[in-house]
Design a protein around this ligand. Structure first.
Ligand code: ATP
Length: 439
């Protein structure tokens, strides 16, 4: 993990937020390469879920909503993690993490933690576990009191449910149909940890699929398959690094009837990456009750009115980025030289190609290399110019950020208009005509 964190910093993928002030626990910024990779991951997901589908529509809801939404959705009462305080040193800890269990049952945790010492000071002075609400608070308008209290959304799903009817009506959608959203969510995690794995400001990609209750098993299965295949086929993640985890009853979120997570083999163990949940009609019925608006669906096939069921697919962008980086990271020895290489899928790599003149102090090479650079950049967009250090160093640097191909302009280029194309994975070099690069 230290190696990934160091690579992220050294090469501009991820920085600590407000680093010059010592950072802020649970907050990170993406650097120039990180933002490229993240944008590509999001674009792949959006394309697979929204653009390529005929019945899934996108929205982009506000981060702050009427607090009644979170009351109805059960987040005010139920979006909690179990917490213990240490009476000696005042630190707070996630009770389930400390007990080494997935269970959120307070009685079970109390038993498991009876003899536990505080991980910070070593004293056996932990309080009994209690529930702690993870929603971040703010106030809307100039007066800070109960009536202006609002919450930063803890998941993007909220505004999908409240817009269910708007989307259905404006898009003339019939069941089954879905609503998808990519956006920030906030969770006041008790102990943010493991770099960008558990943060307090996160980004989610969520899709709620509204279905007839009778379709729940089939749709649940197909959205589980979608997540698994997307990770492997679209993001290039190694199947052996993935496994299924079914939530036990004491672990499920308050809204879920069934939940399956895909776990990824992070350096700190197999941990949750992507959740698929059967939320039933929990959300629509809660919002219908709380808002007194009729949210039922008239099914012109069965001639009945009912509340649709919802299958949810939900994944964190930062966790996906971390999984993609961990999966792609390799240390290799090639011809006696050590190298670090990110074997990213070429379409995900922050830069598709790097272009270099063999020598930076030969104007005729630099001029020709600039021409080639302009032409390939026009065609592929994300191409980087690299004339720092010698060619060996450039290759190492591009390997480390996963650039699939390095193009070098040398003296032969001036004679026959061919360049060397060096492949990241095989390290083989091939001479290619400039015209063929573009074709
Ligand atoms: P965990 O058990 O790890 O806290 P969760 O079960 O609460 O996660 P969900 O509410 O199902 O997670 O959220 C869906 C997805 O959002 C998760 O699978 C994960 O990828 C991402 N996610 C949730 N919480 C965080 C967080 N604090 N930091 C980064 N990503 C997160």
């Amino acid at each position: 993990m230290d190696k990934i964190v160091s690579l992220c910093k050294r090469r501009g993928f991820v920085f600590q937020a407000s680093e010059i002030y010592g950072g802020l626990a649970g907050f990170y910024d993406y650097g120039p390469l990180g933002v490229e990779l993240v944008n590509k991951i999001k674009a792949k997901w959006w394309r697979a879920v929204v653009t390529e589908s005929d019945n899934i529509f996108g929205v982009d809801g506000a981060i702050i909503q009427n607090p009644k939404l979170w009351e109805a959705s059960g987040h005010l009462a139920g979006f909690t993690d179990p917490l213990v305080d240490c009476r000696s040193c005042g630190t707070r800890h996630r009770a389930d993490h400390l007990a080494g269990t997935d269970s959120a049952d307070l009685n079970e945790l109390k038993e498991l933690l009876a003899e536990k010492a505080c991980p910070t000071c070593g004293q056996k002075t932990l309080t009994e576990p209690r529930r702690y609400n993870m929603m971040m608070k703010t106030w809307v308008g100039p007066v800070e009191d109960e009536s202006s209290l609002a919450y930063l959304r803890p998941e993007t799903a909220g505004s999908i449910f409240t817009n269910y009817e708007n989307v259905r009506d404006t898009m003339r959608a019939k069941l089954p149909f879905g609503i998808a959203q990519i956006g920030k969510a906030f969770r006041n995690e008790i102990s943010p940890r493991d770099f960008i794995f558990r943060v307090r400001e996160l980004e989610q990609m969520e899709m709620q699929y509204f279905i007839r209750p009778s379709e729940q098993e089939q749709e649940y299965k197909s959205w589980r398959e979608f997540a698994w295949q997307f990770l492997i086929d679209t993001l290039g993640i190694t199947e052996a690094n993935l496994q299924w985890h079914e939530h036990a009853e004491n672990e499920r979120a308050h809204y879920a009837a069934v939940a399956h997570d895909i776990y990824f083999k992070f350096p700190f163990g197999f941990k949750e990456l992507w959740g698929t949940h059967n939320r039933t009609d929990f959300d629509l019925s809660s919002h219908q009750r709380a808002s007194s608006k009729d949210l039922s669906y008239y099914d012109d096939q069965s001639k009945e009115s009912y509340l649709p069921y919802v299958i949810e697919s939900s994944v964190g962008v930062g966790r996906l980025l971390l999984a993609v980086l961990v999966d792609a990271y390799r240390e290799e020895v090639i011809n006696g030289d050590k190298r670090i290489v990110l074997k990213l899928k070429p379409e995900l790599a922050p830069y598709r190609m790097a272009v270099s003149p063999l020598l930076r102090n030969k104007p005729e090479l630099v001029t020709k290399a600039r021409d080639v650079y302009k032409a390939v950049k026009k065609k592929y967009g994300n191409v980087i110019w690299d004339d720092n250090g010698n060619i060996g160093k450039r290759y190492r640097r591009q390997d480390e950020i996963g650039t699939p191909q390095c193009i070098t302009i040398d003296f032969q280029t001036l004679e026959d208009d061919t360049v060397t194309v060096r492949d990241r994975d095989t390290v083989k070099q091939e001479r290619v005509r400039v015209g063929d690069l573009l074709a």
